[in-house]
Design a protein around this ligand. Structure first.
Ligand code: FAD
Length: 483
């Protein structure tokens, strides 16, 4: 049935808070119909948990930025809270809209909500159209020769490479056709997304500018200054060597196709190895989504159920010391404090702190995953769960459990002069490189000179790594023998 060109389309923004390279927006715009841009604050999603506090801060600023961009194009963002289907039905009734367009999400709860909504809207003869633009390739498209999903990254990467270049990104429309009367919107400040008292997000703006302009600036700076050398430098947390695009990607302020496109045509200036390595990281994100789409239980259960019998210690004192960055292992503490301060942590350090929690402290990876979800500005249902399970050894194509990071050696290898530790653990600032990752081995005179009293100004290690390693391996072997 031909649609009435005067009846609006509801453009439902979710994890695609951008106008650039937005498939649903472009389709709505090209339909020639007036557009109602909508964001719904949905109740906490089962399976992927509630919106974390750090990402709530980000969301607030991102929605403000999106509204500003829409206003420049004669639009305005409508905000509403509630079950998505109820909100959409009420808005359809109020506005006379005959269509709802959105970009797909792939996490288990999002997918099931969207399938139900599509079905219900179509029953009411409302056009419900979904588009793919959160990923480079639809997870249902890239499959093995047997038609089954990939479980191992390398063949997945080969398939992704073999699928050809992604479609070129779409520019944002210069102007939108607004509705004659925009529906009433809730007020963003009434949602109380950012923290108030205390304002623990005060330092976030040192690093972050939420919104798509901030995302494009991060991409530009990365391609200009850090893509060359990325393969080597990306493992060193003190170097400004990675793109820091993850929070922008998590809320869809930039599309992976736009990022991919920015790495084209650079071969004169940037070694191919750096470009390929960066693209491979973008492909790890795709792989996480591929996994969570095909194996939704990955979000909260051991992908490899042999780990179900693992005897976690789950000591709450240990967990608290880890969360606060007070374990006595400087690289772990620096990472956990970077997380408090900036809502983000370097990838190498994420692996170290996760290994320490799971293996040295034997705390269930799900507790770490939940803490990251609450504190990371880039908290992502697919990347977070898949990465925690990767470290735990319970995930797809995971690092084997017996590969246990030594936090001292990791620190010495990837933060050799201790610059990263000194930035986030100020009480160790005066300690030289020799002992910065092992203050518990420093002679008293050196500690005195650096103003450090172990157990008072900085904690003694909460576990002995060598003993903790043996304990973890024994627990792992017991689980394996029982299986
Ligand atoms: P860059 O090195 O510039 O990489 C570019 C992009 O590629 C990233 O923005 C990200 O989208 C993707 N990417 C990079 N590394 C990985 C990886 N190892 N796995 C999947 N995708 C990757 N990433 C999140 O986006 N959200 C999370 O909640 C999250 N939780 C994690 C938890 C643990 C325990 C670990 C070990 C890793 C986690 N990661 C997560 C992956 C990774 O640490 C971050 O994506 C990366 O540090 C983001 O920094 P960047 O944007 O500067 O990365």
């Amino acid at each position: 049935m031909a649609k009435d060109a005067t009846k609006p389309v509801i453009l439902w923004f979710r994890k695609d808070l951008r106008l650039d390279d937005n498939q649903a927006l472009t389709a709505a715009h090209r339909s020639g119909r007036p557009i109602i841009p909508l964001y719904i604050r949905e109740p906490a999603a089962a399976g992927t948990g509630p919106l974390g506090a750090a990402q709530a801060w980000w969301l607030h600023h991102s929605l403000e930025a999106l509204d500003r961009s829409l206003r420049k194009r004669h639009g305005r963002l409508v905000l509403a809270s509630g079950e998505a289907l109820e909100v959409l039905c009420a808005l359809i009734k109020e506005s006379g809209a005959e269509a709802v367009f959105w970009n797909r999400r792939y996490d288990p709860s999002g997918t099931s909500i969207d399938i139900r909504i599509k079905h219900q809207l179509e029953k009411q003869a409302i056009e419900a159209k979904s588009f793919g633009d959160q990923l480079l390739h639809e997870p249902s498209r890239l499959m093995t020769g047997n038609g089954t999903p990939y479980r191992v990254y390398t063949p997945f990467w080969r398939a992704l490479e073999g699928a050809g270049e992604p479609e070129p990104p779409l520019d944002a429309p210069a102007k939108l056709r607004p509705t004659s009367q925009l529906p009433k919107s809730e007020r963003l400040d009434c949602w109380k997304l950012p923290p108030m008292k205390p304002d623990w997000a005060g330092d976030f703006t040192d690093l972050w500018t939420p919104g798509e302009d901030g995302a494009h600036e991060k991409l530009r700076a990365f391609v200009e200054n850090a893509l060359e050398g990325y393969k080597e430098n990306r493992d060193y947390p003190a170097r400004p060597a990675t793109s820091m695009l993850s929070p922008h990607l998590a809320l869809g302020e930039i599309s992976p196709a736009r990022i991919w496109d920015a790495t084209r045509g650079l071969s004169q200036r940037v070694p191919a190895a750096d470009i390929v390595h960066f693209r491979k990281e973008i492909a790890w994100r795709e792989f996480s989504y591929h996994l969570i789409f095909h194996f939704p239980r990955l979000a909260s259960a051991n992908w490899n159920d042999r780990f179900d019998g693992f005897e976690w210690r789950n000591d709450s004192g240990d967990f608290e010391a880890w969360r606060r960055g007070m374990t006595g292992y400087p690289i772990v503490d620096a990472g956990m404090r970077q997380l408090w301060r900036h809502g983000w942590m370097h990838n190498r350090v994420r692996m170290i702190v996760a290994s320490f929690l799971i293996k040295d402290l034997m705390v269930d990876w799900r507790r770490g995953e939940a803490w990251f979800r609450d504190t990371l500005v880039d908290a992502d249902p697919a990347n977070n769960a898949a990465s925690w399970q990767w470290v735990a050894g319970s995930g797809a194509d995971a690092s084997p459990f017996f590969r246990i990071f030594n936090p001292v050696l990791q620190g010495e290898k990837f933060d050799p002069d201790g610059g990263y530790v000194r930035t986030y653990v100020p009480e160790l600032r005066e300690l030289g490189a020799k002992y910065i990752h092992r203050p518990f081995e420093a002679p008293k005179t050196i500690l005195d000179e650096a103003g450090i009293t172990l157990g008072q100004t900085y904690p003694k290690p909460i576990v002995d790594h060598a003993n903790a390693r043996n304990r973890a391996l024994a627990a792992y072997n017991a689980t394996r023998d029982a299986a």
